[in-house]
Design a protein around this ligand. Structure first.
Ligand SMILES: [Cu+2]
Length: 415
């Protein structure tokens, strides 16, 4: 403001400008402070700086030194710029001597970053190759992303007691200390699989299979999130990886292979089974379920869903979450019990499944009452007809409260 105007009008303009500058500086300081403090959270299950498995560790070993070098350079450049801005700002001094070029300085300033980037590049390549290693794989799980949940399908692997394919969703269950290879794909749009404490990100792309190594050092539960924007409920497409000791994993497998047990006659659960057969089996498979005449019940999600699939509910109550790990199947205290368990006792807490006392009734009933109200699925109902009457996500089925009561009793039997 060199041409200061001394009229009243000019002074208010100057004051206003000063006020604006204060507000801008204040906002920047506030934003920086918020970001700084957000970095201090202690309860941050998706913190990439706390690796709990070899692949996450390899990534961490690369990102920490790079972050440090970039941080030092970043702070240095910022400080120099701020000094230049204040020290050399236009105070009416004469224009300094003009010169063109400084070869020595320019060559130095080209060589130093080139060297830094070469060193970072070499280590990055090494890390990429280390992460891509699959020759020592011990176990395979197929992972399929769809709007907005993940399906896990375990091919037959006799050495782990998996004598029949197992299909689950929401929680990836793996044996700890085992090199698991995820074979990822998608049934609709591109998603990305990421459990920050255990592995790096890898996209799940329709029509392709991408490999992603995952391994947990210790039993425990590890949170993750779809990291490729995939539509309206992208933020509600979460996942949890559950690592169990080898002995506990064998118990989990045995439970997944347990045959279907139809509820006893004249119970609420049995009535729920009937409602389920009328309302739910067009999308959801429950392995081993039979009609009264003995014919097997086979779901037809391909006729009803854009992705052609809906979660297999055979052992729903053996997981802790539902709807893309967005909602807890466990109520708060039972959930805290599982998440807070030490790694030695983790399996015992996890393997119990969801009992009636532990069930998060509110969210499960809310889901059955009106799923799209809990997890947005259509920005515009017209989109439903444009996709040929097929759904993305679970529709509102307009169930009565008494049907919901029966269904909850039935779902509780799917251990
Ligand atoms: Cu996604």
């Amino acid at each position: 403001m060199r041409h200061q105007n001394t009229t009243d009008h000019g002074t208010t303009a100057v004051n206003r400008l000063a006020g604006m500058r204060r507000r801008v500086v204040g906002s920047i300081a506030g934003l920086a402070g918020t970001m700084f403090l957000a970095g201090c959270a202690t309860n941050a299950p998706q913190d990439t700086f706390q690796p709990k498995g070899p692949n996450a560790k390899i990534i961490d070993d690369l990102q920490k030194p790079v972050f440090a070098v970039a941080g030092i350079i970043g702070v240095f450049v910022t400080v120099v710029v701020i000094i230049a801005v204040f020290k050399f700002r236009d105070k009416g001094q004469p224009i300094p001597h003009q010169s063109h070029g400084n070869p020595a300085l320019e060559i130095t300033l080209t060589i130093i970053p080139a060297l830094i980037l070469t060193v970072v590049g070499v280590f990055t390549f090494r890390t990429v190759f280390d992460l891509a290693k699959t020759s020592d794989t011990e176990m395979i799980i197929n992972v399929t992303g769809q709007q907005w949940w993940w399906e896990y399908d375990y091919p037959v692997q006799n050495e782990y007691g998996i004598t029949q394919p197992i299909i689950t969703s929401g929680q990836l269950v793996i044996p700890a200390g085992t090199k698991v290879l995820l074979r990822q794909t998608s049934r609709d749009v591109i998603h990305s699989y990421w459990i920050p404490a255990l592995n790096g990100k890898r996209d799940a792309v329709p029509g392709r299979v991408h490999l992603n190594r995952i391994e947990a050092d210790k039993p425990g539960i590890y949170a993750g999130q779809c990291t490729e924007f995939c539509g309206l409920s992208h933020a509600n497409m979460r996942m949890e990886a559950v690592a169990l000791s080898k002995a506990d994993f064998a118990k989990w497998v045995a439970n997944q292979l347990k045959p279907y047990a139809s509820p006893a006659e004249n119970t609420l659960a049995k009535e729920g089974e009937t409602v389920f057969m009328n309302q739910c089996i067009r999308c959801h498979q429950v392995n081993g379920m039979k009609r009264a005449d003995g014919t097997p019940v086979i779901a037809a999600p391909d006729e009803n869903m854009v992705s052609g699939a809906a979660p297999n509910l055979s052992h729903l109550m053996s997981r802790n979450t539902f709807a893309g790990a967005t909602f807890d199947l466990l109520n708060k205290s039972c959930r805290e019990d599982v998440w807070g368990a030490e790694s030695e006792s983790f399996g015992a807490k996890y393997l119990g499944g969801v009992s009636e006392d532990c069930l998060n009734q509110t969210d499960l009933r809310g889901w059955l009452r009106n799923a799209p109200a809990m997890k947005p699925m259509y920005a515009n109902p017209a989109l439903l007809t444009s996709s040929g009457g097929k759904y993305r996500g679970m529709p509102n089925l307009g169930l009565t409260e008494s049907d919901i009561e029966k269904l909850v009793a039935y779902l509780l039997t799917l251990k």
